[in-house]
Write a protein that binds this ligand. Structure first.
Ligand SMILES: Nc1ncnc2c1ncn2[C@@H]1O[C@H](COP(=O)(O)OP(=O)(O)O)[C@@H](O)[C@H]1O
Ligand SMILES: [Mg+2]
Length: 416
C-alpha cells in the first residue's frame, strides 16, 4: 500500500474536552506502518451540520459520533456516508435507530441474559393523529395497569421504551406512584420493569472497539462522582461476565462505542440499559479512566483504517440465536459461545497483535500527553466551563489528583 492520510471526523455535541484531547493525541501519533510498508498519517476534523447532496463524496475515512442519536441531520448524513462512501462508523446508525432499548431487551432476553422482567404498556395518551383516533378507539383496548404492576411486583421502574439520559424514568413503589407515573408518561411509550433491589454493585462497562473497561458506578452521585476508582470491586468471574455481556450486546447490534449498565446481585449479573451508543466520555465524568478511553478511541480508529476493516452495518441474528436456542447448554456455556462470537467479531487477538507491533509507542505517548502542560490547561479550562467559580480550585485539585494517580499507575504498568 502507498502512503495515505486518513481524515477522522468528529461529530460532537457541545463538548470540547475529549475532542481536544483526541486531536492532540492524533497530532502526536506520527505515522503508522501497515504490513506492506505503506505509511498511514492522520488528521482530524470536527464535522459541521450543512446541507449535503446525497451524491457528494465524503472526505472522511472514519467518523466518531456523539451527536446523531439526538439530531437527525447528522444521523441521515451518517447513513449516506456509510452507504455511498464506505466511511467507517463506530456505531451503525441503522441498527441504532431501529434497535432502541426495547429491541435490545428482547434480543438479549432471547440470548438468555438476566434482563429483569419487563412489560410494554400502551400509551397513556395515544399520539395525536387524525386517523389514530379511530384506530385507538378500536384497538387500544382498556387494560388493567394495576394488574400488570402486581404481576411484576413492587418496586418497579417505569421508563420509556427507547430510553436515554434518564428522561421519564421513575421508580414506582406502590399504586399511587404507578398511576402518577403513568399519567405523567403522556405520549411516551413505556415499559414497566421489575426493579433489581438490594444489588451489591452497579457495574458499568464502556467498550471501544475490542477494548472494554468495567467501572464501579453510583447513579445516585452527581456526575463528577459517579465512577469510582476501584480495580477489584468484582470477583474475577463476575467481572469477565460483565465484559462478555457488554461485548455480546455490541457485536450483536454492531456498536463499537457503547456503554452497558449491569446490576450485580450475589452471583447474578442483570443488564438493565445497554443501548447507549454516544456514551459520555467527558474528562469530568471519566476522570481516571479518561486516558484509557482516548487511547482506545485512537488505537481502534487507527486499527480500522490501517487494516481496512469493514464496518458491519446490519444485525445478523443467526449465529447468536443458534446458540441461544440450544437446550443442551447452560447459561455459562452460552456465555462462552457468545464471547467467542463477540471476540471474533471484534478481532480481539488481531487487534492486540496490531497494538503490540504497530502501536507500541502509543501508551508512552498518551502518558506523556496526560502529564503535559497542554493537558493540564485543558483540564483547567474544562473545570472552569463545567463548575461554578467558587468550586474551580477544589475541582482542579480533585481532577489533578485522579489523573496524577492514573499517570502513577500507568508508569508502573509500563515499566513492569
Ligand atoms: N430494573 C431496574 N432495577 C434497578 N434500577 C433500575 C432499573 N431500571 C433502571 N434503574 C435505575 O434507573 C436509572 C435509569 O434507567 P435506565 O434504564 O438506565 O434509563 P436511561 O436509558 O434513561 O439511562 C438506571 O441507571 C438505574 O439506576
Ligand atoms: Mg442508563
Amino acid at each position: 500500500m502507498s502512503d495515505v492520510t486518513h481524515l477522522v471526523g468528529l461529530l460532537l455535541g457541545t463538548e470540547d474536552d475529549w475532542p481536544t484531547a483526541f486531536e492532540a493525541l492524533v497530532r502526536r501519533l506520527g505515522t503508522v506502518a501497515d504490513g506492506s510498508g505503506g505509511q498511514h498519517a492522520y488528521a482530524t476534523e470536527r464535522v459541521t451540520i450543512e446541507p449535503f447532496s446525497l451524491r457528494q463524496g465524503a472526505r472522511h475515512d472514519l467518523v466518531i459520533d456523539r451527536l446523531a442519536y439526538w439530531y437527525f441531520v447528522p444521523r441521515e448524513w451518517l447513513k449516506k456516508v456509510a452507504l455511498m462512501d464506505d466511511v467507517y462508523l463506530l456505531n451503525s446508525p441503522f441498527t441504532f435507530q431501529a434497535m432502541e432499548k426495547h429491541a435490545a431487551y428482547c434480543a438479549m432476553m432471547r440470548l438468555g441474559l438476566k434482563v429483569p422482567e419487563t412489560v410494554l404498556v400502551p400509551y397513556k395518551n395515544p399520539v395525536d393523529h387524525q386517523k389514530y383516533v379511530y384506530t385507538a378507539a378500536r384497538y387500544n383496548r382498556p387494560f388493567d395497569l394495576e394488574a400488570v404492576a402486581d404481576g411484576l411486583g413492587y418496586p418497579l421502574f417505569m421508563k420509556p421504551y427507547d430510553g436515554g439520559a434518564w428522561r421519564g424514568v421513575s421508580m414506582v413503589r406502590d399504586r399511587d406512584d404507578l398511576h402518577r407515573a403513568y399519567d405523567e408518561s403522556g405520549e411516551m411509550l413505556m415499559h414497566l420493569q421489575q426493579a433489581v433491589t438490594g444489588y451489591d454493585v452497579f457495574a458499568r462497562s464502556l467498550s471501544i472497539g475490542a477494548e472494554t473497561t468495567v467501572m464501579k458506578f453510583d447513579p445516585d452521585q452527581p456526575m463528577h462522582a459517579r465512577y469510582s476508582v476501584d480495580h477489584a470491586f468484582l470477583e474475577a468471574g463476575t467481572g469477565d461476565e460483565v465484559v462478555t455481556i457488554g461485548r455480546t450486546v455490541n457485536a450483536f447490534f454492531r456498536w463499537e462505542f457503547n456503554s452497558c449498565e449491569t446490576l450485580v446481585r450475589g452471583r447474578d449479573v442483570h443488564p438493565i440499559d445497554y443501548a447507549n451508543a454516544c456514551p459520555d466520555v467527558a474528562i469530568t465524568s471519566l476522570h481516571y479512566y479518561f486516558p484509557w478511553a482516548m487511547r482506545a478511541l485512537l488505537k481502534w480508529s487507527v486499527y480500522c483504517t490501517v487494516t481496512g476493516r469493514r464496518p458491519a452495518l446490519h444485525v445478523d441474528t443467526a449465529p447468536w440465536f443458534a446458540v441461544a436456542d440450544r437446550d443442551d447448554l447452560s447459561y455459562e456455556e452460552k456465555l462462552r459461545e457468545y464471547r467467542a462470537l463477540a471476540d471474533a467479531h471484534f478481532e480481539v487477538e488481531r487487534y492486540q497483535d496490531f497494538c503490540d507491533s504497530r502501536l507500541r509507542h502509543v501508551d508512552a505517548m498518551v502518558l506523556e500527553y496526560v502529564e503535559s502542560a497542554d493537558f493540564d490547561a485543558l483540564l483547567v479550562d474544562t473545570v472552569r466551563s463545567t463548575f461554578p467559580a467558587h468550586e474551580h480550585d477544589h475541582f482542579v485539585a480533585h481532577y489533578r489528583g485522579l489523573l496524577g494517580q492514573w499517570a502513577h499507575d500507568e508508569r508502573a504498568r509500563l515499566s513492569a
